[in-house]
Design a protein around this ligand. Sequence first.
Ligand SMILES: Cc1cc2nc3c(=O)[nH]c(=O)nc-3n(C[C@H](O)[C@H](O)[C@H](O)COP(=O)(O)OP(=O)(O)OC[C@H]3O[C@@H](n4cnc5c(N)ncnc54)[C@H](O)[C@@H]3O)c2cc1C
Length: 440
Amino acid sequence: MDRDEPGLRVAIIGAGMGGLACALALAKHGIPQVDVYETASNLGFVGAGIQLAPNMGRILDRLGCWETIAMEATDIKSASIRKHNDNKELAHVDLSYIRREYGMPHMVEYTKACKKEKAITFHFKSSCSDIKSWTPKPTFTVVPREGAPYDVSADVLLAADGIKSIVRSKILKELGVKAEVTDSGQSSYRIMLTREQMASDPEMLELLDSDRVTRWLGERRHIIAYPISNKNIYNISSAQPDIHFAEAPSATYTTRGSKADMLDNFKECCPLVQRMLNLVPDGEVCEWKLRVHSPLPTWVKGNVALLGDACHPSLPHLNQGAAQAIEDGAVLAVVLSKLPDHSPESINKALRVYELIRKERAETLVDLAAASCKTLHLGEGAAREERDRQFAALKDQGGPSPDKSVDEAVNKMVLGTDVMQIAQDDFEGFFRSLELTKLA
Ligand SMILES: Cc1cc2nc3c(=O)[nH]c(=O)nc-3n(C[C@H](O)[C@H](O)[C@H](O)COP(=O)(O)OP(=O)(O)OC[C@H]3O[C@@H](n4cnc5c(N)ncnc54)[C@H](O)[C@@H]3O)c2cc1C
C-alpha cells in the first residue's frame, strides 16, 4: 500500500456488494487507509433487481447511499404464491408489517459515496493471485492486467472475492480442510421486461402496476417476479434444474442461456408466464449457475478474514446474499474501529469477534434458503399437499409459511436484527471473552 497514513491500513480484495460496503463502512468509521483490489476494470452493478431488504437498507442508510437507491425502488406490500400451471393462488401474504423494497442497487450510488471518501483507493484490473503471509502483516500478490506482479502488505486483509474466492481456498489448504463449492444442480434465468414490452397485455400490466411479489411454483422449478425502477421494469428470476451443469462454468457462473431451453423448462406454466418468457429477445437470456459451499470451520486466519459470498454463498431463495455480504462489511468496520491497539493479536481477536457476531446468523440463512428451496420445489404427493394446506391457512395473514422469505418469524429475525448495533453494543464483552491466539 503506497500511502503512509498513520493508523490502521486495510486491504480489501473484491469490489462487489460486500467489498464496497465494507470499504465505505471502514472509511465512515475513521479507518484512514483502505485499498480495494478488483479484477474488473471498473465498478459494475448486480445485473438484476434484487430485494433491498430492511436489514440492508438500514446499513446503506448509515453509509449515506440508501436515499438514491430507494428513490427508484418499489415498496412491496404483499406476496402472492401461485401454482405455475393454472396460476391458481395458493396464498396471499400481507407484508405491510415490514417495509421491504425491491430495486437495482446500481453501483453508481456506491461509487459516488466511495469517491467522497479520501481514505478509499481503488486498484482496478488488479487480481490477487496468492497469499504470502497471514500475520503479522498479511501480504498478498497482485497481478495487474498490465505490468509486473507486485506484493502488498497491510495490517488487515479482507477477502470479499466472491463464490470462487481464492483466499478461501488458501485458508482451507492451510488448515488441511477439504471443503468445496457444491453444485446445487440448479440454475437461474434473470429477466427484465420493460413497460413498453408489456404495454399491450393488460394481465402483464396489472402485475407491473402492482405492489406485489409473485412466485409461481412448479416441480423442481419456480419463478419469482416483482416490479422495480418506479414500476417501469418487471424483474423476473427463476430456479430450475441446470441441464448444462456439467459444462465448465465461466468465471462469474453466468452464461448466455438458450431461449428454447428456457421455454422448455417452463412449458407447463400458465399462458401468462409463458407470454412473459416469450418476450425475452433471442440471445438475451442470462443464466446463472447456482452454487453453494460447504460450511467453513472458520472465516479468519491470522489477520485475514473472509466476507460475503467468499464464506457463505447461498441459494437465492431468501433474497439475502447481498444483504448478508453488506452486514459482514458493516460489522467488520465496527469491530476494527473499536480496536484497543493495532497489535496483530488484537486485530486477530477483533476479526474473531466479527466471526462470532456473523457466522452463525449467515449460515442459518444459508440453511433456511436451502430448506425453503426443497419445499418450494416439491413434486406431486402428500408432502406437497401438506405444504399447500399450510399456504392456504396463511391466506392474508402472517404466521409460519413454507416459503421462508414470507414467514413472519423468519422475517422478524432476518430483517429486524441490527448487526451493526450488536457489534457496537457487545464488542467489548466479546473481545474480553476471547483468549489471545498465538499467531503464526
Ligand atoms: C439468481 C440470483 C438472485 C439473487 N437475488 C438476490 C436478492 O434478491 N437479494 C440479495 O441480497 N442477494 C441476491 N443474490 C445474491 C447476491 O447477488 C450475492 O450474494 C452478492 O452479490 C455477493 O456479494 P460479494 O461482494 O460477496 O461477491 P461478488 O458480488 O461476487 O463480488 C466479488 C468481487 O470480487 C472480484 N474478485 C474475485 N476474485 C478476485 C481476485 N482474485 N482479485 C481481485 N478481485 C477479485 C470479482 O470481480 C467481484 O467484483 C442473488 C444471487 C443470484 C445468483
